[in-house]
Design a protein around this ligand. Structure first.
Ligand code: ARG
Ligand code: ZN
Length: 868
């Protein structure tokens, strides 16, 4: 290997946004030749480059064995270039150069699942953000766009050879080998390059775009999984049409390929015309995957498809801008999904994810702005903050603008920046120019960390029939981002007549958008107030409707007012929001549970008929994990567990016969659509849980027969959970049966692992048993996540024997797969809130890990976690 000594001692590895510089060379075109052999892969690439600024010519490369390099046809000797572990540099390159390099790489031993790697019998790539430099020497940064021509060659035992773009040529090569040449006509950054070599079957379909382009659609998977690809295919066609209708964006190539792979670090990847998907995000089938997974498949398919415009045609200037493409694309896929199921429930689920993951992240040591201004390892910034808070910023702007103006803004964005690599500022400026509304203040949301606290107070004056709402906002101080400013907060609100339950028509000059009843007040000061007139009775105010801003609202509601909102609010989301506030008060502040029980009992029968999925969400008792994240000190997981258990018991008792009656009266097979059937299944499973709590042992027969008679995974799993988690006499039998049925179905088997790991009384032995099972595999992130995620469903377990489990994983993966290792370690982020002596014990273990890890991924996370 040819690696020159690296003179720079591992000093500070932090990269800063302020240091951004344009690349000194552009790449007009790249010709890649990738030849796969069993024990190595040879990559030859020829780059045509053109100088655009002064400076060295820099090609990034990592773990590459350089065989030869030539410049403008002349072989270079070792003294004519510099080479270290990160890059190859040529000090005085001419303005126009053609550089050819030949390297050897080892996908067959690549366990990091980054760059080109072998997953089982399949070779695939994952290049975002910095994987391409592990394939060949290249200016691997998103602001270098080029035309890629790729020749892929392999043994014929791998009949499928794919890369981005159009297939130009196929042919035979020596020694029973063959090749294919692909060319992608659109200029793209290297992180969007993909290639696939393997033996896969394919599901084909077609779509004609609004511009009349006939597109071949192909989903590749192993043969037996092809029947599980139909839902994804439908979702793909639906997404293509949805983007035409809602954003005026049509697809731009003649083919769109998706490849399913069982070993993948993340959900999926939007490579141009050749998406690569974790099987968990593309395979969907009622028999093998749950309703939730089916919904997720559709939203991830949409997400990756939508990236074609927001991410690929318009990409990021640098990785600090990641939320430019991710925040916008998540917002787009959430909007798409709101059309697929009960839109209230889609919003409920998105807000639940935000509050369960992003809010805790943003209140602890890993807190960062949606657009950070420094990082050590960019892979650590594919976070809930970048994705989910990023989406909320776009939602806020779209709420303020309304549909029409928002569309004018996005049209302007596509008009200005198609084919470019841009910044968050460019996006906000285009929205502003297109809509005619100045949105520049929203940049503060991108640049600041922390969840704002929004304190509101209401005062009714009967003599003037007016109601005054005053607001105050604040952000927790942050050592790395000291200069925090007030942000623009759109507060969607409504006033209800407390006597009649009717909604007032809002009268106030200060409303931003006032479409008769649904008002939005733009609060953008440290403090301000708004007065409503014509309020004839003391009102009940509903604030932050549809969760119009990602803030922590503090308003002194009485429990009765919250019960009132559950009853009279006009949208399902707002009803749910009232239940969540009520439940949080019961669980964290010791309020009486009866107000909630009575209100739910009153409201539910109606809701069950109209929207069973929404009905199921009204029973969302905040998880122990979420409740724990609301506690900033002296956190005792066991206390929260006890309190939550006792609330559930009270609820079960309070609901009485309602549970069994509801269970027996509902039938998913007679519902009008998938969303309703999914709701009925969810409700039935919840009721099973309550019946078990009531101590009614007939529940085991109900669950057992539900398990045996269904062909639907959500029903089967719901029944399995109740049996296993309650240690029913049938538990071992059904577990064994589940295993026998699904042992060759990886995604279903993940559920089998998860159910057992999530047993409330799981012990260290349970987990040891699972991770020494023959089907457990540390090379398959989905399997690791099944057990770890299951374990973490019970924070009492996470914070006892779970601590060592996660530390061991982080240590092991630090070397094998640091991206996943860093993620799993983050489960322990809130260690500092624990009550003593646990706090010090965990801290000591984290400190001890420092010396044992090497990767930038795990080290950066560990250092940040300990920096409280
Ligand atoms: N861009 C992908 C998406 O659609 C995610 C890629 C994540 N990759 C990573 N190395 N963290 O969201
Ligand atoms: Zn994305």
């Amino acid at each position: 290997m040819n690696i020159a000594a690296n003179p720079v001692v591992e000093a500070d590895q932090t990269v800063y946004l302020k240091d951004y510089q344009k690349p000194s060379f552009t790449v007009e075109s790249i010709d890649l030749d990738i030849s796969v052999y069993d024990d190595h892969t040879r990559v030859t690439s020829t780059l045509k480059m053109q100088r655009q600024t002064d400076g060295e010519l820099i090609l990034l490369g990592r773990d590459l064995e350089l065989k030869s390099i030539s410049l403008n046809g002349k072989k270079l000797t070792e003294s004519e270039y510099g080479l270290d572990e990160e890059q190859l540099t040529i000090a005085q390159a001419p303005d126009q150069v053609t550089i050819t390099t030949e390297v050897i790489i080892h996908p067959e031993t690549n366990t990091m699942l980054e760059g080109l790697y072998k997953a089982g019998d399949l070779y695939v790539t994952q290049n975002e953000p910095e994987g391409f430099r592990k394939i060949t020497f290249y200016p691997d940064r998103p602001d270098v766009l080029s035309v890629f021509t790729t020749r892929v060659e392999a043994d014929k035992k791998y009949p499928v050879l794919l890369a981005n773009g159009n297939l130009l040529e196929t042919g035979e090569a020596e020694n029973n080998r063959h090749y294919a040449i692909w060319q992608d006509p659109t200029k793209k950054p290297s992180y969007l390059f993909a290639c696939v070599v393997g033996d896969l079957a394919v599901l084909k379909d077609r779509y004609t775009t609004s511009e009349g382009r006939d597109v071949a659609l192909e989903i590749y998977a192993i043969e037996k999984d092809i029947p599980k690809c139909h839902i994804a295919m439908q979702a793909l066609k639906h997404s293509m049409q949805w983007d035409e209708e809602h954003y005026g964006r049509a697809y731009d190539l003649d083919n769109y390929m998706i490849v399913a792979v069982s070993q993948f670090n993340m959900g999926a990847m939007e490579n141009k015309g050749l998406n690569i998907f974790n099987t968990s995000c593309v395979l969907a089938d009622e028999e093998y995957t749950t309703d939730a997974a089916i919904m997720r498949v559709q939203s991830v398919i949409a997400h990756e498809y939508f990236h074609n415009w927001t991410g690929n045609r318009i990409t990021c200037r640098d990785w600090f801008q990641l939320c430019l493409k991710e925040g916008l694309t998540v917002f787009r896929d959430q909007s798409f999904s709101e059309d697929l199921q009960s839109s209230a429930v889609q919003r409920i689920d998105d807000v639940a994810v935000l509050k369960a993951h992003q809010f805790p992240e943003d209140s602890g040591p890993l807190s960062h702005p949606p657009r950070p201004d420094h990082f050590v390892e960019i892979n650590n910034f594919y976070t809930a903050t970048v994705y989910e808070k990023g989406a909320e910023i776009n939602r806020m702007m779209s709420t303020l603008l309304g549909k029409e103006k928002f569309r004018k803004g996005t049209d302007e964005y596509f008009r200005r920046h198609d084919g470019q690599a841009v910044t968050v500022e460019d996006w906000v400026a285009a929205l502003t120019a297109g809509s005619g509304v100045d949105l520049s203040a929203f940049l503060k949301w991108y640049n600041q960390p922390g969840t704002p606290k929004l304190e509101a107070k209401g005062e009714y004056d009967a003599s003037t029939q007016s109601y005054r709402l005053s607001f105050k906002q604040s952000l927790k101080a942050h050592s790395k981002y000291p200069d925090l400013k007030a942000v623009p907060i759109p507060v969607a609100l409504a006033l209800f007549n407390a006597k009649t339950g009717e909604q007032y028509t809002l009268q106030s000059d200060a409303l931003f958008e006032n479409n008769v009843k649904d008002g939005v007040y733009l609060f953008d000061q440290d403090e301000a107030s708004i007065t409503f007139t014509g309020v004839t009775e003391k009102p009940v105010v509903s604030l932050l409707r549809n969760f119009s801003a990602p803030v922590n609202l503090e308003f002194n509601y009485s429990d009765e007012e919250l019960a009132f909102l559950l009853r009279y609010e006009t949208s399902g989301f707002n009803q749910w929001q009232a239940t969540q506030t009520l439940l949080e008060r019961i669980l964290l502040d010791g309020h009486d549970a009866n107000v909630y029980i009575d209100a739910v009992k009153q409201t539910l029968p109606d809701v069950i008929v109209k929207d069973p999925l929404l009905a199921s969400r009204l029973f969302d008792v905040p998880t122990e994990g979420y409740l724990g994240s609301r506690v900033d000190e002296n956190y005792q997981p066991a206390v929260i567990h006890e309190d939550r258990e006792s609330l559930l018991d009270t609820l079960a008792r309070g609901l009485g016969d309602f549970c069994k009656e509801t269970y027996l009266s509902l039938d998913p097979d007679t519902q009008k659509d998938f969303s309703q059937a999914m709701g009925v299944r969810a409700l039935k499973n919840i009721m099973l849980g309550f019946i078990a709590r009531q101590g009614d042992t007939s529940v085991f027969d109900l669950a057992y027969s539900q398990y045996q008679t269904t062909e639907n995974m959500s029903e089967r799993l719901g029944a399995l959970r109740v049996l296993v988690w309650n240690d029913a006499p049938q538990a071992q039998e059904v577990l064994q049966d589940f295993y026998n049925r699904f042992k060759d179905e990886a995604l279903s088997l993940d559920q089998w692992f998860m159910v057992q790991a999530a047993h409330p009384n799981a012990t260290e032995t349970t987990i040891k048993h699972l991770i020494s099972h023959t089907d457990y595999d540390l090379g398959t992130p989905n399997r690791i996540r099944a057990v770890s995620g299951g374990l973490n469903a019970n924070p009492v377990n996470t914070w006892s024997f779970g601590v060592d489990h996660f530390l061991d994983l982080a240590k092991f993966l630090d070397e094998k797969n640091p991206i996943v290792g860093s993620r799993l370690l983050q489960v322990l982020t809130r260690w500092y809130t624990l009550a003593e002596p646990q706090r010090s014990e965990v801290k000591q273990k984290l400190e001890a890990l420092k010396a044992q890890v090497k990767s930038k991924n795990v080290s950066e996370t560990l250092n940040s976690m300990l920096s409280v």
